[in-house]
Design a protein around this ligand. Structure first.
Ligand SMILES: Cc1cc2nc3c(=O)[nH]c(=O)nc-3n(C[C@H](O)[C@H](O)[C@H](O)COP(=O)(O)OP(=O)(O)OC[C@H]3O[C@@H](n4cnc5c(N)ncnc54)[C@H](O)[C@@H]3O)c2cc1C
Length: 574
């Protein structure tokens, strides 16, 4: 097997991974830092896909306390309050760093200050953006800076297992597949950052990039780590519905459209959000998605089974000016966003849940760090639009700072558990020894099962059905082989590995959802529609114990504010 040593190995090249690489290199220039990524650096993952923008309290009248309270209220009091506080405070530094050090240029007001737009669920217009294609600006500038430094790159390299040291006490490195050749590579590292970005691509309609298949979460489970809040899967209300034959179906039409005043209509052209929430279309994603799901179940739908988004009542020139990317995306699929109606459906967008981690991004496994969408705790039960990319860049930078300090002092090259490497290689090779079969059937089965039984609305019966169905799908997948003649860019093999991870993480979602017997944020139990007592809130904490999922409920610590209280000061005085 090929082997390689690097001081710091970063898995993933989204906002979290690239920020970590830059900060690690800036803090300790002598460290050998390597970014390994399943695609091409700067061209894959979801940070590049960010449309709407980046939440940060900058404007007069706004405050970090207000941003914090919106995040906690949105998260239905399940957030780790220390992590949420870091998010809102460090976001102010990070946005300046993005502009002044990395070269991003965000939209301005006529007076030269940064323009901030409205996003749902927030009490202030605080979303910084570059038109409606903010992520391309952020990731291009980040990638340029990484390319300009002596940072190693392993592109088209897929991480498949976190390998511990022989004594099991720390991480020793990561087993990878070089997708260009199909060969295995073991990368030994003094410290590893997990930044592979979650991604709920197991649902029928979903927004994240295809390279995201919960690999980091599956690897973390394999290494014995705990994942929290896994029942909290966010559905974005406005996924494009362009028919089953195009991958454009499920891709997102940004939240700013509803923030700007777009209406949602049922199949008969009637607004329905006004009867659900006083904020109507500007209610949080969970509320809007659920109201849409109810209309869909009642068959008040358009020709493809979705609902309609319209901006026809708004100034057409402004809509074109403010949302050029969205107008073009809709036109590409035959819809007129400016003066017509676009058929939309709720679409799985983001996982609030992820690896349990500390404010310095360390985890329970020595030498392993985590940041970005792979982590849980920052958002609680619901992520506010605009807090996702803030999360990955804020904590990616912090992870880099920590790695720069920790690695030279404490990081060691450790001997890996060779038996664990052999087992992981054998598991990956499982489908290569079998006759090629139909992966599409498994993928379709998974998408249908998760959408119907563990999706926007769940109950105990549906979740038990999901868990049993997932076991069956897992067994079916184990029996499906893939063509093994040529392993270079063998996408069927990688699809098999993707499905294996998605099924495992789907089981954790269903098990955590079954354990939470109340409804809050993104998690709605039809059999427990009430939100439990906020003051005794607990979060789910799941791990794998000899192949079985174990879910514990752990109390939330209200370290800064208790339910019923607020940190918002009298803003008139600010
Ligand atoms: C369409 C869309 C629009 C969005 N709009 C917004 C918005 O307006 N505002 C906002 O705040 N958030 C938005 N988000 C969410 C936001 O994109 C994410 O929260 C954030 O970018 C995640 O950053 P990350 O670095 O954790 O992961 P990502 O940017 O997704 O990066 C993950 C990286 O890990 C790599 N990877 C995955 N698996 C492996 C593996 N096995 N081995 C090696 N590498 C691996 C991927 O290839 C990728 O490079 C949006 C998301 C989507 C999908």
């Amino acid at each position: 097997m090929n082997r390689l040593d690097t001081d710091v190995l970063i898995l993933g090249s989204g906002g979290a991974g690239l920020f970590a690489a830059l900060h690690a290199k800036a803090g300790a220039p002598d460290l050998d830092v390597t970014v390994a990524v399943k695609g091409l650096l700067g061209k894959c993952g979801c940070t590049r896909m960010v449309q709407g923008g980046y939440n940060v309290a900058l404007a007069p009248g706004d405050s970090v306390e207000r941003h914090f309270m919106d995040t906690i209220e949105g998260g239905k009091w399940l957030n780790d309050q220390e992590l949420a506080w870091i998010l809102v405070t460090v976001a102010r530094e990070r946005i300046r760093e993005l502009e002044n050090e990395l070269g991003c240029f965000f939209d301005r007001n006529p007076d030269g200050s940064i323009h901030q737009k409205a996003f749902a669920g927030q009490t202030f217009d605080r979303t910084v953006h570059k038109g409606d294609l903010t992520g391309i600006e952020i990731i291009n500038r980040l990638a340029e800076q990484v390319w300009a430094r002596r940072i190693g790159r392993l592109e088209d390299h897929r991480a498949v297992a976190l390998i511990k040291s022989t004594d099991g006490g720390a991480i020793a490195g990561v087993l990878m597949i070089d997708m260009r050749t199909g060969e295995f590579l073991f990368v030994r590292a003094r410290a590893v950052l997990l930044a592979t970005g979650g991604g709920p691509t197991m649902y029928r309609y979903h927004t994240p990039s295809g390279d995201k298949t919960c690999d980091g979460l599956a690897m973390a489970l394999g290494a014995g780590l705990r994942l929290r809040d896994m029942e909290m899967v966010q559905f974005h209300p406005t996924g494009l519905l362009a028919g089953p034959e195009t991958r454009m179906t499920g891709t997102v039409l940004e939240e700013g459209l509803r923030g700007y005043g777009a209406y949602l209509l049922d199949g008969q052209g009637r607004r329905f959000m006004t009867k659900t929430d006083k904020r109507a279309e500007r209610a949080t994603r969970d509320i809007v998605s659920r109201a849409m799901f109810a209309e869909m179940r009642a068959a008040n739908t358009g020709p493809m089974g979705g609902l309609f988004l319209t901006m026809a009542h708004l100034d057409p020139a402004e809509v074109r000016r403010q949302f050029p990317g969205m107008v073009e995306r809709c036109a590409d699929c035959g819809f007129d966003l400016v003066s017509g109606r676009v058929e939309v459906v709720p679409t799985a967008h983001y996982m609030m849940g992820g690896v349990e981690f500390r404010p310095d991004c360390s985890t329970a496994l020595e030498g392993l760090y985590a940041a970005g969408e792979d982590t849980g705790g920052v958002h609680g039960a619901n992520r506010l639009g605009g807090n996702g990319v803030a999360n990955s860049t804020v904590f990616g930078g912090i992870a880099g700072d920590t790695l720069a300090k920790w690695t030279p002092r404490h990081g060691k090259f450790r001997d890996p558990d060779e038996a664990a490497i052999e087992t992981a290689v054998a598991e990956c090779r499982t489908p290569l020894a079998k006759a090629p079969g139909d992966l599409e059937e498994v993928r379709e089965g998974l998408a249908r099962l998760m959408w119907d039984d563990a999706g926007i609305v769940r109950d105990a019966a549906s979740l038990k059905r999901a868990l049993a169905g997932l076991d069956d799908l897992d067994k079916t997948l184990d029996g499906v082989g893939v063509e093994a003649r040529d392993l270079a860019y063998n996408l069927a093999w990688h699809d098999w590995l993707n499905l294996k991870n998605l099924i495992l993480v789907s089981k954790v979602i269903a098990a955590a959802a079954l354990a939470r017997d109340d409804s809050r944020g993104a998690h709605w139990r039809a059999d427990f529609p009430e939100t439990g007592d906020l003051a005794t809130s607990a979060f789910t904490s799941a791990r794998l114990v000899v192949g079985k999922i174990d879910v514990a409920m752990r109390p939330v610590k209200f370290t800064r504010v208790r339910p019923g209280e607020t940190l918002i000061k009298d803003t008139a005085a600010e």
